[in-house]
Structures are given as C-alpha cells and as structure tokens.
Design a binder for this molecule. Structure first.
Ligand code: TRP
Length: 326
C-alpha cells in the first residue's frame, strides 16, 4: 500500500529562527524520521512574490532557506524537497481552482485581511494566495498538511476546493486534513506577549545560524519578569525554550527554582544560550558548507523538482482530461 502523502511549504524569509524551527521544521524532521509518509517539502517562492522583496532579495533568501532546511536534516533521499516555482503545474492548477472558488470565500481569509492592512493595499495575488496554496497541496494529492495555527484556515479552504472540484468533475482529490502537532508557541525575546517573528526586529528572534556569542548576547537582553509579581510571559518563554533544547534535569531544576522564588534569570539565560548553541552546532557547519557549494545545492534542488515534476505531470494530465482541456 502506498504511504499517506504529506505536503508542506515554507516561504523563503532568509535565516530561519527558532520559532520557525520549533513551529514547523522540527515536526517535518520527525515525520521524515518515522518513515511512514510520502513527504513533500518545498520553498514557496511564488507565494513570496505577494510581498515586498526585490528580485535579488528573493533569490538570496531562497538559497539560504534551501541550505538551512537541508542543514537541519531534511534529507533529499527521504523527502521530496524542492522550490515550487521549479515545478510546472502549481500555477496552472491554481488557475483551474480559481474558476471554482467563490470570491466570498477568499474575502473571509484572515491572513488576507491582515496582510492587506499591513501593506495598506492589496493585489490579486494576495487575494489568491490560498488558492495557490491549495494547488501546492493537491497537485501531489496531499492528504495531510502539517502547519501552524495561522494556516488552518487555508487548509480548510483546500479541503473545500477539492470538494468543489470533485463535485463538478468527479472524485479525484483526497480529503485534506491539517496536522497540528504539539508545537510550543515561541514568543519574542523583547516583547514576550507577541509571537517571535523577524518583522518585529532582529533583537526579538534567535536565528539558527547565530554564533554562541550572538545567542548569549541576545538572551542577555531578553525580557524576564517585570515588577509586580505577575505571571511573567518572558520567563515562561525562556523556560519553554529550555524544555525544548536543554537537558531535562537542568530544566526541572529551573522550574523548581521558579516556583520557590530562588531562580536567577542570569543563570537561566546562560543555560539556555549554551543549550541552543550546542543544539545547532552541526547545523551551522552544514549550512556554511552548503552555501559555499552552490553547485551541490543546485543539484539537490534539481533532483527534488524532477521527482516532484513526475508526480505533478501525472496528476495534471488527469486533471486536464477531467476538466476538458487538451
Ligand atoms: N502559506 C504557508 C505559510 O506562509 C506556506 C505555504 C505555501 C504552504 N504553500 C503551502 C504550507 C502548502 C503548507 C502547504 O506558512
């Protein structure tokens, strides 16, 4: 029996940070390791065209994201790993889906509303973003989509799109489900009420490629408890990170110290920065090597898109027949 197909993508935002890692990448690595799935992971560069990047920035960020994902352990021999603009079919399928998707459904999308507000304008691309995402998933007949909370609405739309297609043209696409895993929400170092993200500023995030010294310095500035003895989101965030990256005994000791009031935030920060630096030591080396060897990187990506193209071609040939185009 064939394995369930899992599809997920990430926009090329340049250096990955620990929020991206714990929120998405770590989960992909676990799915890959399980060996139970046919896994497609790609860099969603076409989606990034809806943003503000220049061509040069986009090119660089795609390179970095590709090298970094490989350096975290995405294995091109186990996972079909590629850049989605390199596969012909995603945008074609999105067009077919456009013709089935009511505008009113897209108007409801919260990410579209948020982005429109942020950019102070909108484009047809931004509006259509979830339809392209549906095509990304369904072109491989993806059944499971591991995403963060903020993408659930898009996966639900994907399920609707598949249903609209199947109702009109006959049963073809599977029922898509999102795969929410136990993902800790990683908060900003400086404003721990907000989700960690680079748009807040680089001081708010820890990037996987940062040196041990950089990590230590960033954590030194991280907000811990403010006065007043309220529950401190900054401390909770640092403890949560130590739980992910640190040794269990050390983590447990800090939790106890937090409870009895003997905790020293300087020590917590030092333990955490050591743990993060250690966790990504091999990553930093691999990243460096891959970015120096652009030929190798290109070869890996070409192999991935070729593999993806085969499946996309097969499914698109059937879709074309079903909808009545040559
Ligand atoms: N929209 C997703 C994000 O910003 C990225 C993405 C594009 C994606 N296509 C996808 C995720 C298909 C899952 C499946 O996080």
């Amino acid at each position: 029996m064939s394995k369930p197909v899992i599809v997920s993508g990430i926009q090329p935002t340049g250096n990955l940070h620990i929020g991206n890692y714990l929120g998405a990448v770590k989960n992909w690595l676990e799915l890959q390791k399980s060996g139970k799935y046919d896994l497609y992971i790609f860099i969603a560069d076409l989606h990034s065209l809806t943003g503000k990047l220049t061509a040069q920035q986009l090119r660089e960020q795609v390179q970095i994201t590709a090298a970094e994902l490989l350096a975290t352990g995405i294995d091109p021999n186990k996972t079909t790993f590629f850049i989605h603009s390199q596969v012909i079919g995603h945008a074609d399928l999105a067009w077919i889906f456009n013709c089935l998707t009511p505008m009113s459904e897209l108007e409801r999308m919260t990410q579209y509303k948020d982005k429109t507000q942020q950019l102070n304008k909108t484009t047809a691309g931004l509006f259509d973003y979830p339809v392209l995402q549906a095509a990304d998933i369904l072109i491989y007949k993806g059944a499971l989509v591991p995403v963060g909370q903020d993408q659930i609405q898009h996966v639900e739309l994907t399920r609707d799109v598949a249903r609209w297609f199947n109702n009109k043209y006959g049963e073809f696409f599977p029922e898509v489900k999102h795969l929410l895993t136990n993902v800790p929400k990683v908060m900003s170092l400086l404003e721990p009420e907000k989700k960690m993200g680079k748009s807040l500023g680089l001081g708010h995030v820890i990037e996987l490629c940062e040196t041990p010294e950089e990590i230590e310095n960033k954590l030194k500035r991280a907000v811990t408890a403010t006065s007043g003895g309220e529950a401190a989101p900054g401390v909770a965030n640092l403890l949560g990170l130590l739980k992910e990256f640190g040794d269990k005994n050390i983590y447990d000791a800090f939790v106890v110290a937090e409870k009895d009031g003997s905790i020293r935030y300087g020590d917590l920060k030092k333990s955490l920065s050591d743990a993060i630096a250690k966790h990504f030591a091999i990553f930093r080396e691999k990243r460096e090597k891959l970015l120096k060897d652009s030929k190798k990187l290109e070869k890996i990506l070409a192999k991935g898109s070729k593999k993806a193209q085969k499946v996309a071609d097969k499914n698109m040939a059937e879709v074309r027949k079903l909808v009545g185009i040559k």
